[in-house]
Design a protein around this ligand. Sequence first.
Ligand SMILES: [Fe+2]
Length: 344
Amino acid sequence: MIETLKQVVKKHRKHNKPVWKMIANEMNLEFDYKSPEGWRKYYNRHKDKNPEEEKEKMKLKSLKAKAKEEEKKEKERIKKLKVEANAKINGFVPPKNYKFKIDKEFKFMVISDSHLGSVYEQLTYLHSLYDLAAERGITTIYHCGDISEGYKQSRPDHVYSLHKIGFDDQANYIIRNYPHREGITTYFITGNHDHFHIQNGGANIGERIGSMRKDMIYLGINNARIELTHNCRMDLFHPQDGSSYALSYAGQKFLDSLSGGDKPNIIFVGHHHKGIFFIYRNVYYFEVPSTCLQSDWEKGKRIQNTSGAWLVNLKIDEEGTIVSLVSEFLQHFKKDYEDYKNWK
Ligand SMILES: [Fe+2]
């Protein structure tokens, strides 16, 4: 039995055959080794090794090189996806425009920040809001983002405030349990918590929910511009800043930053979990409260949470200009700290 390269060479010499070229071919060696100098070097390095084993090693080496190449390509693909996702999340992609057809009197409800999947959610309360909307003959409800709680990877302890973990569990939970009432359509944007799913795995929960629920229409990442009439634009917005010392400060600064031609007539802002309304620079500005409880994390940071919803009655004239806007604030008082246990 042949055990070393030296023995193979010896055997072939006995039969008077051209040794090195033949062995090199037999072993599928790289072209370099097919020159006499290359072969000599190879022989000196491997003469005491088993040629069969060496052949296997060469195969393995080439497989490893291929795998490394594939891995490099995959890493580049993921990097590109992350750049694309971050561009969308960070506002480098312009919001989408939508056209709605409304009557001269348009009644609607606006909610935000339901954070479903978190132990601080208030899904039963959310259902009661939809019941109230149905009672009042409202067919349109807008949601200003953070429909899901997501999972922030850079805060691993975040997992302790979740009762549904991961994209699939949270998406399916919402698809199953988010209020559905005959004749009511929910139009929603996604917010920073929803976008954790994009950051973690490139998955957009808004698109998933929108594709599975006919009564839920996904309008986009962080904001949407809605043309109610030719003369009345309404924006939904989920900013990325934190709460400020004065409740109205963030809103005023935001409206100050808008250029004249780019101002909406009405804007609903989620994210801050506050409930205020004011008119500034001819814009009806609303902070939309959450439909969840104050989390312990918020408590630790002394961030106040207002839970509730806005009901709005908008009247427009022949030209589609606002005649009047009446808002009603519904505040959520009966809090249930274990509501998430009622839902599966
Ligand atoms: Fe939120």
